[in-house]
Design a protein around this ligand. Sequence first.
Ligand SMILES: [Zn+2]
Length: 421
Amino acid sequence: MICAALPAAAASLQATDESRRITVILRYDDCSAVSPTDIELRVLESVRRHGLNCVFAAIPQVHVHDSGYKGVQAAQGADEQENCAEEVTDVRPLPQEKSALLREFVRSGTLEIAQHGYEHRRLQNASVRGGNTELFGRGLELQRQMLASGKAALEEWSGRKVTSFVPPFNSYDNDTLAVLEELGFLNFSAGMLDAVPEYCKLSVLPHTCNLLQLKDAVARARVSSSAQPMVMPLFHPFDFTEYDSRKGCISLDEFDSLMAWLAAQHDVDVVTMQQATTQGKNGTMTGNAVQTDASAVSLYDVTRHMAHRCFMLFSLHPRVAASAVPVGARLVLPQPEEAAFLRLRLLLATIAGYLVAFVMGLVAGRLSGTQTLFEPQWVAGILIVVAGLWCLMLLRRRSEIYYNAARLTVFFFSCIAGVLL
Ligand SMILES: [Zn+2]
């Protein structure tokens, strides 16, 4: 009887285990005419060797001056000596030799080409986080022209429909999203903190970590209460020590070992962005083919992304609040129910943190008001001036307000209240 029960228990455990599948999407950005082809081929060969796949966010025609990859261009023997005036207008589509090499990986199902903007222009705009953008505020018509032209170019050389989009600098506006839907894109990938309007119909697949955080992210996903947590490591050419020995954080050999580790994880599905959107739609994934069942709900609709975006104000949360959510919670995209639970924990811990600052300020103010040699009004006046200056400093940081500063402000004002009471 025990013998009969054991397989049943094992089967039930297995079913539980199998009910959680961790989705991993490898996103490599900035593939272009001037990105390091040798490194990209090594990456693709490694991914293919381990039976995995990945997404290359490719720039249709790179603006060389803005790309940040001029060193490679020089190393690859660009034959012309450019002057500054030429640099500013130098845009290059992917050379035929390079597109032919990449096309092989697309055909074999190892690679999905996503569109990465148009020229990857680095335009300054104080309204966007990071200050750089190619698309934000450029208007509907211009963005329509740029993105349509870029999509056509990528589809021509890749031989596949391009349905995934990655905005340069993770910067975009609502016009961008409208144009993407109009042009038939299905998937969109920026950062976890970026807002997407509720009406957006695209699947939203934000990057969640980098390559060095991948193992931690998968470990965190394993203890997630979501049935299908998603992890998307983002990497660039400059992450490889072979390309940039100073900034690089991983060698190609280490990348290969990481891919071997990833392939050995029994509960991990490594998929492309296109394949991810077919998850939950009857579970069908057919190579690079795209499911277009409009009635099926994507696992990655905007609701899920926005539910997790609660971590946007993470810098306002005290350290104690950070410890109230699991380590690495920011490395994984959970499903909405788990995100709501994490948000509640974070909110309660944050309120507790500010309450402590408030009570401490009140006590300090009360003590200084009763035991100082100065009149309480003088003490309160000095504190008001300090708190006012502090608030001005906070405002100068615009959207970036840090918890320590916010906590000190609460402390100062409660101190004033304590003095005057
Ligand atoms: Zn980029």
